[in-house]
Design a protein around this ligand. Structure first.
Ligand code: GGG
Length: 356
């Protein structure tokens, strides 16, 4: 039987373990595609630090236009020693997120069956929340500069940008996401005691957003105590919304309390659907373990599940998530970051077996 639906996906494995885990995610996707009767057509782009070293650019000048015509983008990791991190990030990941207006970075945090949290006494019912990170403005800004370089007066200035449109739309996204969940609650990450202009503005907009969504419970915490609450009270959280920087930090801390950043997925969404959304594991290129065949492919597979859900294949997405949980039940098929002994290949074999 020929599949009636075909999705066109741009893949950018990128650097380090990105090139090891993305192929696993592709094979897992193909396995569920065969089971649920659709096709995936992959177009691979070699955009990476290696490309930068060879050509002086992370991606070609028309890179955004090349991926724009696809249904989604599936990206591995960006960054490699020898290329400054700000050069690789601003040469690839950030232009993709911005020019495709992927303003919502959605990062689920769940303690999966078979995984032990480093927090004593916590089980799957205690850790199940989503970090919603503003993805195109905030602290990640090009405005600023360096003065008097190399002198005693050397000065660096970095401006944060918070627009009413940008803040309101990410807050509304978080409230609308909470409305689809059982607990219907949004927590705002702020720092309005110390950051005196942008964060009181963020708080005001949060209060206004709460009025637009009166049936959703709310809380807000300064980012410092919020990190402590993630560790001591992870069960307090349902949807947590934060600026670009706060969301980035919280979405590494969250997976750490849920066992490992090696399982954490992320989606960079353009909720208007005008541009393709981009799906990437939260983890980076991990040069310390790259090339050893021990990277955890679960984050890439869970990320693929988010992509399939976004493309309108919720059953296939659910099948991938179930396969992940089955593969994590056994120490021999969990990778080292989760206290297991499996290689990337052994973890993949367990995932594919579970997909059936
Ligand atoms: N897989 C995503 C990745 O490579 N992340 C590296 C990183 O440092 N990202 C920073 C960011 O998401 O802002």
């Amino acid at each position: 039987m020929t599949a009636s639906r075909t999705y066109s996906i741009a893949t950018i494995p990128g650097d380090g373990i990105g090139t090891e885990v993305i192929p696993v995610g592709q094979r897992a996707t193909e396995a569920v595609a065969a089971r649920f009767g659709f096709d995936v057509s992959w177009t691979e782009f070699d955009w990476s630090c290696q490309r930068y070293t060879e050509t002086g650019r992370m991606m070609p000048e028309d890179g955004i236009d090349r991926v724009r015509k696809h249904d989604a983008i599936y990206l591995g990791a960006v960054g490699w020693p020898g290329v400054p991190d700000h050069v690789s990030l601003w040469g690839l990941l950030i232009p993709l997120r911005r020019e495709l207006d992927q303003y919502a970075n959605v990062r689920p945090v769940r303690l999966l069956r078979g995984v032990t949290s480093p927090l004593a006494g916590r089980g799957p019912e205690d850790i199940d929340f989503i970090v919603v990170r503003e993805n195109v403005e905030g602290e990640y800004s090009e405005i600023g500069g360096r003065l008097y370089r190399g002198t005693d007066n050397e000065t660096a200035v970095q401006e944060a940008v918070f627009t009413r449109r940008g803040v309101d739309r990410i807050l509304d996204y978080a409230f609308e996401l909470a409305a689809k969940r059982k607990r219907r609650h949004v927590t705002s990450a702020t720092k309005s005691n110390g950051i005196v202009h942008t964060m009181p503005f963020w708080d005001e907009r949060f209060a206004e957003a709460a009025k637009r969504h009166p049936d959703i419970g709310t809380a807000q915490f300064h980012i410092d105590i919020l990190t402590a609450h993630f560790v001591q009270h992870p069960d307090w959280f349902d949807v947590v919304v934060g600026s670009n920087l706060f969301g980035d930090i919280l979405s590494d801390l969250g997976p750490a309390v849920a066992g490992s950043i090696g399982i954490a997925p992320a989606a960079n969404i353009d909720p208007t659907g005008r541009n393709p959304s981009m799906f990437e594991p939260v983890h980076g290129s991990a040069p310390d373990i790259a090339g050893k065949g021990i990277a955890n492919p679960v984050a890439a597979v869970w990320t693929a599940a988010m992509m399939l859900d976004h493309l309108g294949e919720p059953d296939a997405a659910q099948a991938l998530e179930s396969a992940i949980e089955v593969s994590l039940e056994n120490e021999a098929t969990r990778t080292g970051d989760l206290g297991g002994t499996a290689t990337t290949a052994e973890s993949e074999a367990a995932l594919l077996r579970a997909i059936g």
